[in-house]
Design a protein around this ligand. Sequence first.
Ligand SMILES: NCCC[C@H](NC(=O)CCC(=O)O)C(=O)O
Length: 444
Amino acid sequence: MKQFEANFDGLVGPTHNYAGLSFGNVASYSNAAQASNPKAAAKQGLQKAKALADLGMVQGVLAPQERPDLCTLRRIGFSGSDAEVLQKAAKQAPALLNACCSASSMWTANAATVSPSADTRDGKVHFTPANLVDKLHRSIEPLTTGNILKATFNNDRHFKHHLHLPEHANFGDEGAANHTRLCSDYGKAGVELFVYGQSATNPNAPKPVKYPARQTLEASQAVARLHQLEDESCVFMQQNPDVIDQGVFHNDVIAVGNQNVLFYHEQAFLDTESKFAEIRRKMNAEMHFIKVSTAQVSIDDAVRSYLFNTQIITLPNGEMAIVAPTDCQENPAVFAYLNELTTLGTPIKQVKYFDVKQSMQNGGGPACLRLRVAMNELEVAAVNQNTLMNDMLFGRLNTWVEKHYRDRLTVADLADPQLITESRTALDELTQILKLGSVYQFQK
Ligand SMILES: NCCC[C@H](NC(=O)CCC(=O)O)C(=O)O
């Protein structure tokens, strides 16, 4: 049976903006209060998704969330008509309004953790939405994420959907951004590498001092249990707290894997050698650990360029390519490194650059924009086919963006009640294009 790794990219929502909401995420903080361009952001995302589909990859899309999130605003005491709720929040608590308007669900690497059927005891593909409790604006995502995942992977025979973990800091979970599945072949049992920032229950364990560690060991262990993974196929590794303090808020800002390749910065982890030995033993197949040293690329350059927030994909001809943001071309050290990488005799043979600057300005590179789901051909056939990228869907989604999205949005515009109508009209039409049914509160 054929095996694939599908990428499901998050569609950028109509309220994409720069509100500086993510403490510890350098780009989010430094671009706070700039004007955004939601239309350009959505189109950049679509271009990348379509280009991967054109390369022969299985590529899907995940719907964005309803924003402004009026349910949350009402839950915290703002009342009246929709327009009144928005205006009261803008006046009394603008920070809360901003949190309820973020388009952050576009970064689907944080939507969920996914374990393919080859790894799980019941032979199903398991999904656990991330609770994202570390950031208020992201903590309001998981229930709707669950609805969207269920409407996209809508077949109980093949797909098992779990509820997100308890909403407490001890279970801080950021999904696939801190999870990498290593394998010799997508359809064969692999090793699931869970990277955490701190242990919530061990006060003596190392942790960052300046910025938050968003993922806990306890959350990663809970997801592994839910997904029915064997101990022998899991490795739990700690992120180096020093790099979290330099802006590496998720592991996918400092390491990325694909099949038997792990591409990483030498400062990414703690206990690197002993953990790599554990991976080698549990893999029972050849592994390529591609190390980038600080002398080659500094942490600062890695964070600015998002060298590691790249996608490593296996093309239909079996070669690997790296999908990088154009920001990597603009950074001399990183560009030089990438030019050299393809000549080093590793499985990575090509680099493909994409302009995703609208997303990068909030700290989301190519890898943040996609959720990986390894599937066999029966499972791909069981996915909601209307969410899979092809010429027709690409055309329809571009027309949809053109019709509904603004080309300029500032934080002040978030108080505009017209944005509620625009956003709902767009999302209602989208659920028809993707045939998702009713996944949003305003549709219930
Ligand atoms: N995987 C990339 C996630 C980026 C995301 N940024 C944001 O939410 C920034 C939103 C803002 O500042 O308006 C985050 O930090 O979780």
